[in-house]
Design a protein around this ligand. Sequence first.
Ligand SMILES: *Cc1c(COP(=O)(O)O)cnc(C)c1O
Length: 395
Amino acid sequence: MQVYADNAATTKISSVALQAMMPGFEAVYGNPSSLHSVGQEAKEALEDARERVAKCLGCEPREIYFTSGGSEADNQAIISAARLGARKGKKHIISTAFEHHAVLHTLNKLEKEGFEVTLLDVKNNHNITAQQVADAIREDTCLVTVMYANNEIGSVLPIAEIGAVCKAAGVPFHTDAVQAAGHLHINVKEQNIDLLSLSGHKFHGPKGVGALYCRRGFPLVNVIDGGAQERGKRAGTENLPAIMGMAAALEDACANMDTNMAKVAAMRDKLIEGLRKIPHCALNGDAVNRLPNNVSFCFEGIEGESLLLLLDMKGVCASSGSACTSGSLDPSHVLLAIGRVHDVAHGSLRLSLSEYNTMEEMDHILTVVPEVVAYLRSISPVWRDLQTGKREYIL
Ligand SMILES: *Cc1c(COP(=O)(O)O)cnc(C)c1O
């Protein structure tokens, strides 16, 4: 049995999305900017996709800009708000300590340009409150950028409340909704969101394509310069097959959201309940306001990387703190941000599910994970020290 439980990293493309892409490679091969009929057919397909994406977010089609993915959308949203702020002499940005690197690294770059960034603390409930945002807003705040849901630990943030706070204060509000789109109900107007990023491959769409919602009238700044595509705000010939696939995937995910998420949440709850029984472990992330597909634990006395390799050998594809992808030994900034100490943060496991998973697969995970954790502990010098009392348990 092979169980794919790494859907926060990427998802398998759905047949709906794959089928929707095919015409983009074949019949509709034109360049949407061409004036002839082949080009105009491509243009129609592009605008049709834009309409579908807009409908899923509760906005107008002209408020949707297609990008190369979530990272680009995050970069463009933040840089646009920063440039607007700088023009008004406002150079303070509010975000959280557990954002995705697409947000944090963009903020780092702005700090080097003289912006001041306040990262809200996420230790309480592994989440933030709208009050924290309200308390952090200053005269010179030009942007609040707060993720909709965390990709590592699954916390879902109080986006509507934060939107209301930002609107009342007149501060632009961006949310990285890459983990939320297609999984949680989004309505940018009701939630007072000015800028929102999403990515095709996190909801069974293709990779390398995303979208930025930008409220009408908000001045976007180009990150990619060149032609006049995307209302002049994002140059480059549109990746039409991917855009068509993403639109179909999002539409499908939104149409079946309640059914899919109920199924996924039941599997998540079964895993959390079962894995909790492993001694000296802790659940990461908000236990109540949580993505329906996220299970994240720290197990004391083991290394996450060894855990992942052994789980893979037993047919379970999972993930640990995402920083390890860079080959660095630093534990995940997200786990450190919620207050896990280095040793504990190293022993993390993230299982992220989709509606393609089954209860039988959950049974397999619940057999395999406790075995592998017990084995790794049996050969761990740290665990021996904990057991003999040379070291004190943290969890
Ligand atoms: C995956 C992810 C991104 C990056 O999206 P890409 O399309 O891979 O660039 C950004 N933010 C979050 C929360 C993510 O999970």
